[in-house]
Design a protein around this ligand. Structure first.
Ligand code: DGL
Length: 276
């Protein structure tokens, strides 16, 4: 039987955004191999219904299982909020999402008990960030705000454009008025706006990146389950260390990946995700 320790970690997202999570995994556990799927044909998930997001996520984890992954990271906040609870018990490998690690750290970090969450509309409507934070600490007040313009701005590459700064101001000013001292960047794309968000929020608000917290949680999980890759059996060609799959627009995906990942992505393979 194959040694699971050398199997890749399946990471998926509605598109390119989950690369921010893949990037954190590579930074924190560089010995691990990543097999990434971006559902670029069906993005965005952030405005879709729960039934649709569960159906899409189920197809994707089936695809990842055919590739022999040892664990799955649901890198998409929206899929973590709406589908993880349903699909994780259906799998015989560990499946983790990004919401719970991010929410946990936010609850632990706030000093004044006022936490902001920015995310897609579907994630905000699910109420999961609020539920997890207040389960951890019922005295914390959570203020959520959907910021639907951020995803297209990031995909356009306008990370610190004056237009993006103005949009951030419009979204964040009402949150600032509540007196929050901690803000969860509850969408895959938002960590790429970190500098702009910090500029608008000022120094007194701590920014929480669920991607970072998820990579930490993944590391602990792999250690606990004796699944850490010790590097004894790696692909001969370093280019085969990680692999990337998409459901559409492979070249655009590759370009984005190469603008944010610390290694070169030579190709993204196109697959028909509806077959899974
Ligand atoms: N990946 C999604 C999330 O983190 C953002 C993009 C989308 O709406 O699909 O919620």
């Amino acid at each position: 039987m194959e040694d699971l320790r050398y199997a890749p970690i399946g990471v998926f997202d509605s598109g390119v955004g989950g690369l921010t999570v893949a990037r954190e995994i590579v930074r924190q556990i560089p010995g691990e191999r990543i097999l990434y799927f971006g559902d670029t044909a069906r993005v965005p998930y952030g405005s879709k219904s729960q039934d649709t997001i569960i159906r899409f996520s189920r197809q994707i984890v089936h695809f990842l299982q055919t590739k022999g992954v040892k664990a799955v990271v649901v890198a998409c906040n929206t899929a973590s909020a709406l589908a993880l609870e349903t699909i994780a018990p259906e799998m015989d490998i560990p499946v983790i999402g990004v919401v719970i690690p991010g929410a946990r750290v936010a609850a632990e970090s706030t000093k004044n008990g006022k936490v902001g969450v920015i995310a897609t509309k579907s994630t905000v409507d699910s109420g999961l960030y609020t539920r997890v934070i207040t389960e951890m600490d019922p005295s914390v007040q959570v203020y959520s705000k959907a910021c639907p313009l951020f995803v297209p701005l990031v995909e356009e590459g306008w990370l610190s454009d004056p237009v993006t700064v103005e949009v951030a101001r419009r979204y964040l000013e009402p949150l600032l008025e509540t007196g929050i001292d901690t803000l969860v960047m509850g969408c895959t794309h938002y960590p790429l706006l970190r500098d702009t968000l910090a500029q608008v929020l000022g120094e007194q608000v701590l920014l929480i990146n669920p991607a970072y917290e998820t990579a930490r949680e993944l590391k602990h999980l792999l250690e606990r389950e004796d699944l850490i890759n010790d590097g004894a059996c790696m692909p001969e060609d370093p280019e085969n260390m990680h692999s990337f799959y998409v459901s559409d627009a492979a070249d655009k995906f590759r370009e984005f990946a190469n603008s944010i990942l610390p290694f070169w992505v030579d190709r993204a393979k196109l697959i028909g995700i509806d077959e899974y």
